[in-house]
Design a protein around this ligand. Structure first.
Ligand code: SAJ
Length: 412
């Protein structure tokens, strides 16, 4: 191992930072993880994981036992720093870089000349250079007499799929964007410690844009499927049969419609491109709007289905943002459930989500909402709304008595 890859500080022990810390430390790198949440720090130091991700627990347990992974609220001096903190957007959908700034300012006092700072958080164009400036503003001694920084900066976006993170961290190709070519080479050496995919070198701004482009590509293509689903519903055509047929064309590959697009990436990242160039990003903005409008369309379907009832019983199948996970963040199903609870105060709303043991707080305190079992019959409901196509739902038969709103084409 090169001397430059023996120590890493990871800022942010979330869905990306902790797996990255764990995989690096499994290769013998000394990793110190930093988080603002004491519960996360305690969990990691105890060799446990504060959220569900297959195989991550074993990696963390072994690394902590081997002494290569530690966690605290404060960074230490290391050869490499990886920043993996959230990048949400403001109310006006412009990117909020405050977590990156806070992490940059926190590591600044510990950095020694020659260190490499990598931004992994999904970021708008030029965020890596802003991060570099925040660090250098705090540490003017890290700027040489010729005006060049004495440390290196790179952007290396993650592209792992939740649920497959420990596999994809190793097997996915990786884009490495250096603010300088030397920074890119340094970052490549670090990712080579665990990544078996191709490591593709570019500059920092292209790397930032590549990540946003990947998720926007998917968003635009899901929007196409969602728009088709609305058109087909108006025209009395089964959209899932239509897509299946069209996808037999050798150059057509349409994605699946659903109740909207959830998660913390695909529904967010396209807005960073829109914010960077509002006048030229009409297609990307429109795709976002099409996908964001889909939960409202589902609500209208439910309203029509129970229009003649004053106290309907409505079953909602699924709350997660996609099938077979327990992650409810930014879930369109969850948004739809909350809106139905608002719109039908006299209804009985039975939420069936086998991956959670309690309802999220905005549903838990409603008198008209209960968490129901997947074992219960659906035949006594007035309306059944299929929101997530979890495997467990696929074993259920199409209910005969209730009206059905099937947003995933599971019962077609
Ligand atoms: N969805 C559809 N129809 C489809 C596919 C997905 O409605 O045909 C919906 C899902 O139900 C979900 C949303 O889209 O609500 C997003 O799900 P996803 O599986 O497409 O993606 P994520 O958010 O779990 O992960 C994505 C991945 N990006 C791409 O596939 C380009 C992943 O590789 C990224 O690392 C991740 O975003 C990220 O962190 O950016």
């Amino acid at each position: 191992m090169s001397t430059n890859t023996s120590s890493v500080v990871v800022m942010g022990l979330g869905y990306i930072g902790l797996p990255t810390a764990a995989i690096l430390s499994s290769k013998g790198v000394h990793v110190h993880g930093v988080d603002v949440n004491q519960h996360v720090i305690d969990a990691v130091n105890a060799g446990t994981v504060p959220f569900v991700e297959p195989d991550l627990g074993e990696f963390v347990e072994q690394a902590v036992a081997a002494g290569t992974l530690t966690a605290s609220s404060e960074p230490i001096t290391a050869e490499n720093y990886v920043i993996a903190v959230p990048t949400p957007f403001h109310a006006d959908r412009t990117p909020d870089l405050s977590y990156i700034q806070a992490a940059a300012e926190k590591i600044a006092p510990t950095i020694e000349p020659g260190a490499l700072v990598i931004l992994e958080s999904t970021s708008p164009p030029h965020a890596t250079q802003k991060m570099a400036q925040w660090i250098l503003d705090a540490r003017p001694d890290l700027v040489g007499a010729d005006g060049a920084a004495l440390i290196h900066f790179a952007h290396c976006p993650e592209r792992v799929l939740p649920g497959r993170v420990m596999i994809e961290l190793v097997t996915n190709d990786r884009i490495v964007g250096g603010v300088t070519p030397e920074a890119a080479q340094r970052a490549k050496a670090l990712y080579e410690v665990f990544c078996e995919g191709e490591i593709l070198l570019t500059d920092d701004v292209t790397a930032e844009m590549a990540k946003l482009t990947e998720n926007s590509f998917r968003d635009v293509n899901i929007a196409f499927a969602n728009e088709l689903s609305v058109i087909c519903d108006n025209l009395g055509i089964d959209v899932w049969e239509l897509i299946e047929l069209a996808n037999h064309h050798p150059r057509v590959n349409i994605l699946q419609p659903g109740p909207g697009v959830g998660g913390h990436c695909i529904a967010v990242d396209p807005w960073f491109i829109v914010a960077a160039d509002p006048t030229s990003s009409n297609l990307i903005r429109t795709a976002r709007e099409v996908n964001d409008a889909k939960p409202g369309w589902v609500l209208d379907k439910v309203k029509k289905a129970v229009a003649d009832q004053t106290e309907p019983v409505i079953a909602l199948l699924g709350l997660a943002f996609k099938p077979d996970i327990d992650d409810l963040r930014e879930s369109p199903a969850r948004k739809i459930a909350a809106t139905i609870a608002d719109e039908f105060p006299h209804a009985k709303i039975r939420v069936i989500e086998p991956h959670v043991s309690e309802l999220p707080k905005e549903l838990a305190n409603r008198k008209n909402v209960e968490l129901a079992s997947v074992e219960d019959s659906l035949e006594n409901d007035d309306c059944v709304v299929l929101l997530v196509d979890h495997q467990v739902f696929k074993q259920m038969d199409l209910p005969q008595h209730p009206a059905v709103v099937d947003t995933r084409g599971m019962w077609r």
